[in-house]
Design a protein around this ligand. Structure first.
Ligand code: MN
Length: 173
């Protein structure tokens, strides 16, 4: 936690940067740089999530929130509208699992054989180890959630099939 500025201290800085970006947007700020100030919430948008792009439909961004040596690994994950990750399982022999906390925008998290849960800022979903699930943005909104990987033993991620357009569009029906 020590490496992370508190939201209270960071907020005025982010707001100032956003105003500045709007002023110079047309001249020397790229579209990607401007988006970084508009999305991601308190913790920021981070970098394109290239390492996991093969397991996502659409573009996502990753910002590590925990310090490198913290035992609890926390990322802020930002999804563009309609972006979602594939069905996947966080395996663990002991402990493990994942807690998601929405910090910006609107999205969904679905555990297998359960209705998808709509997520707005402050909403929390606990994903137990071993349970197949996916998470991602709503159709018309960017979405950012903190992802806490809970400590455990024998942990691994198993990436499965994409969430089809039919499955995804059914959420809005
Ligand atoms: Mn997950």
């Amino acid at each position: 936690w020590s490496a992370t500025p508190s939201p209270i201290r960071r907020w005025p800085n982010a707001w100032a940067a956003f105003s500045m970006a709007k002023e110079v947007y047309a001249s020397d700020v790229t579209r990607d740089e401007a988006e970084q100030d508009e999305h991601g919430g308190f913790f920021g948008m981070g970098e394109p999530n290239d390492g996991y792009a093969q397991y996502f439909t659409g573009r996502s961004y990753l910002k590590q929130v925990s310090a490198p040596d913290d035992p609890l690994v926390i990322h802020n994950v930002t999804f563009e509208p309609e972006c979602r990750n594939n069905w996947h399982i966080h395996h663990a022999a002991r402990g493990g699992g994942q807690i998601l906390i929405c910090v910006d925008g609107e999205g969904w998290c679905q555990l297998e054989d359960q209705p998808a849960k709509r997520m707005l800022p402050g909403d929390v979903v606990e994903v137990p180890a071993g349970v197949k699930h996916w998470h991602g943005a709503a159709k018309n909104s960017w979405f950012s959630h903190l992802a806490f990987m809970l400590p455990g033993e024998g942990m691994s991620n198993e990436w499965l099939e994409p969430v089809t357009d039919a499955e995804y569009d059914a959420l809005m029906a």
